[in-house]
Design a protein around this ligand. Structure first.
Ligand code: SAM
Ligand code: SF4
Length: 329
């Protein structure tokens, strides 16, 4: 599949639920209203759409949310999509999770064919972690990460950089990741959905984090690419792990975008930062797979060149009403 700008699309993210057991301050409001279940794709529908995307050339699928592991039939879905790995029709199946339920699922994830997962972890201080996530238990997430490693899964930690919340933890987090053997990716906070808080003061360009890390552990850019928007570095003395940077605001990376996202309601948003979408659930429920193909072609043509987020002294620009948990981070 190619979009209207000639970019080859082979990476699909699927948000399997908009629900979550945490309420991270940069992601959700404290009180959220979630979608009625009838509006959410059934497991069967997600699997059928995944089959179709794979038939059309998608090679990597990441399951996300909301928190994917809170969906009851999640493991059935992972196993079902995982069959494409055995068949050689899919190269990689991965997951982004907050880690709270990893201890119970790690082995099953490995058995479904996953080999690496992303776990969100914004602080190693239990009180701060509870504050950022509005009630999360750090020990549980750390235990989950331990189980994932024991099961044979490689873990990458995602840390959203937030001024005043965790901006003194970049070096400690990197050192902890190096000790544990996890890669680390730092992410700039994006203006997605109403969280009940003003993000203008929280946003920090990652160049600041990098300057601080580089002063403690000199950094070298490496050519590694994960198929996503991150740029990678190694830190002196920690060459066994990679440090990734995702900088949607300070350094736009849209030119290389190779991904599409399906929301848990079956909408394809061709870009995190735009409101236009194509409704695959409607297409499938009214016209079956043929209608899905037509809708998909429309979506490819509609993929915009770039998002236009900005957070600056004058406030936030390009924000979307949609939370990351709906689109799938
Ligand atoms: N619940 C899972 C988790 O937290 O990993 C998966 C879904 S979450 C929406 C996916 C990723 O999006 C997480 O790494 C999270 O930190 C990130 N995220 C959520 N809201 C964000 C925002 N406004 N800006 C940047 N990253 C965000
Ligand atoms: Fe839940 Fe993930 Fe959003 Fe945190 S970032 S509220 S864990 S969906």
């Amino acid at each position: 599949m190619h979009d209207g700008f000639g970019r080859r699309i082979e990476y699909l993210r699927i948000s399997v639920t908009d629900r979550c057991d945490l309420r991270c301050r940069y992601c959700m409001a404290e009180k959220m209203s979630f979608l009625p279940r009838k509006d959410v794709l059934s497991l069967e529908e997600i699997a059928i759409l995944a089959d179709r995307f794979i038939a059309r050339g998608v090679r990597k699928i990441r399951l996300s949310g909301g928190e994917p592991l809170v969906r009851r039939d999640f493991m059935d879905l992972a196993r079902r999509i995982g069959r494409h790995l055995d068949a050689g029709t899919l190269e990689e199946l991965t997951l982004t999770t907050n880690g709270t339920r990893l201890a119970d699922h790690a082995e099953a994830l490995f058995d479904a064919g996953m080999r690496r997962i992303n776990v969100s972890l914004d602080s190693l201080d239990p009180d701060r972690f509870a504050f950022i996530t509005r009630g999360g238990e750090l020990a549980r997430v750390l235990a989950g990460i331990g189980s994932a490693r024991e099961a044979g899964l490689r873990v990458k930690i995602n840390m959203v950089a937030m001024r005043g919340f965790n901006d003194d933890e970049f070096v400690p987090m990197l050192r902890w990741c190096a000790e544990q053997g996890h890669d680390l990716t730092l992410i700039e906070t994006m203006p997605l959905g109403d969280t009940g808080e003003d993000r203008t003061d929280r946003y920090m360009p990652l160049a600041q984090a990098m300057a601080e890390i580089g002063a403690a552990h000199p950094l070298t850019a490496i050519p590694y690419r994960s198929g996503g928007p991150a740029r990678y570095f190694t830190a002196q003395g920690m060459e066994h792990i990679r440090l990734g940077l995702i900088t949607p605001l300070s350094d736009n990376f849209c030119a290389g975008c190779n991904r599409m996202r399906i929301t848990c309601e079956g909408k394809i948003f061709m870009c995190l930062g735009h409101e236009n979408y194509v409704d695959l659930k409607d297409a499938y429920r009214s016209g079956g797979i043929a209608a899905v193909d037509t809708a998909l072609d429309r979506a490819l043509i509609a993929k915009p060149l770039a998002h236009d987020f900005a957070i600056g002294p004058e406030g936030t620009h390009g924000a979307t009403r949609r939370h990351m948990s709906v689109t799938g981070g």
